[in-house]
Ligand binder design. Structure first.
Ligand SMILES: Nc1ncnc2c1ncn2[C@@H]1O[C@H](COP(=O)(O)OP(=O)(O)OP(=O)(O)O)[C@@H](O)[C@H]1O
Ligand SMILES: [Mg+2]
Length: 286
């Protein structure tokens, strides 16, 4: 939803966030919108935008010794207070820097078909939810609106942005994932995989951008329910998915009609899950 924000010019809206030009900088606004099964759902989850903004900010701080980030200020216009960040405007690399520590989703599909993910060979016998021997860099292209991201090989990244930058993005992504995975695991959350975006300052410095390590850019699994060989419950969206696919919702996933409106109880339980993720990770109370 495009807001009238003094001093801000709307540039772009994604499924969940809206981007504005803000003087020389950008204003990244996180809404309460939630998506599942590629549909944007109604209603939003109260406070989700603020919870995820604070979570992302907290992660940027935990990672600052590994890589600089694009955050300039949280001093944002009143009407988006708490759920927006003023960030440096960077020249973005056209690569979704995905790291996987566990196998699922499109990684699992590629592995089942070829034994590889993005050109990385993996051992035999892995199943849905298996922990990988080492985290792997599995880049993707940024999809056009409405399309899915396309997995690509590291060599493809080299062809796109050159060997030096490709290696830098891969190494930074893996380092950041390792740090984050360890922090999350200590707090009972498995960081199955995640997506980073990097950009470059005019002086050439590579900077971590976008949102980081939120449930919208990552798969969070409750560690105590992890059981390879089946699809893992999602830390944040499980109530939503379970309800949507239950007879109660009356929704048929196969006909491509919009899902029904979420009941209040599902919205409230989902909000509590986001709060729980925030509080567990950061150790701060909301
Ligand atoms: N510091 C930055 N400078 C310039 N562009 C940035 C910066 N940080 C993030 N971006 C870009 O801002 C955009 C944010 O868009 P957003 O994620 O909301 O929507 P989307 O990527 O088009 O769709 P989706 O909802 O699937 O994520 C992305 O294109 C991202 O690359
Ligand atoms: Mg995006």
């Amino acid at each position: 939803m495009v807001l009238e924000i003094p001093g801000a010019t709307h540039l772009h809206s994604g499924k969940v966030r809206d981007l504005y030009e803000y003087g020389d900088h950008l204003l990244m606004v996180a809404s309460d919108r939630i998506s599942a099964y590629d549909f944007s759902l109604e209603p939003g989850i109260p406070d989700k935008g603020e919870i995820l903004t604070r979570m992302s900010l907290w992660w940027f701080e935990q990672l600052a010794d590994i890589v600089p980030n694009h955050v300039i200020s949280t001093d944002v216009p009143e009407q988006v207070a708490g759920r927006a960040l003023i960030v440096e405007r960077l020249d973005m690399f056209p690569v979704e820097c995905v790291v996987r520590g566990y196998l699922t989703g499109s990684g699992l599909a590629d592995y089942a078909a070829s034994g590889h993910v993005c050109g990385v060979p993996l051992p035999r016998g892995l199943v849905d939810g298996s922990r990988l021997p080492e985290p792997i860099f599995t880049p993707a292209t940024k999809a056009e609106i409405g399309d899915h991201d396309q997995n690509i090989t590291f060599d493809h990244v080299v062809d796109t942005i050159g060997a030096e930058d490709a290696a830098a993005l891969r190494d930074l992504s893996i380092q950041v994932y390792r740090r984050a995975e360890e922090i999350a695991r200590e707090r009972g959350i498995l960081l199955a995989d995640t997506k980073f975006e990097f950009g470059r300052r005019p002086d050439g410095t590579i900077v971590l951008a976008d949102e980081v390590l939120t449930p919208d850019s990552s798969r969070f699994w409750p560690a105590d329910a992890w059981e390879p060989g089946r699809s893992q419950p999602s830390f944040d969206k499980q109530f939503v998915r379970d309800w949507l696919t239950s007879p109660e919702s009356g929704w048929d996933r196969d006909i491509e009609s919009a899902p029904p409106r979420l009941p209040d109880a599902i919205v409230e339980k989902t909000r509590e899950r986001y709060l729980e993720a925030y509080e567990r990770l950061t150790g701060r109370s909301w």
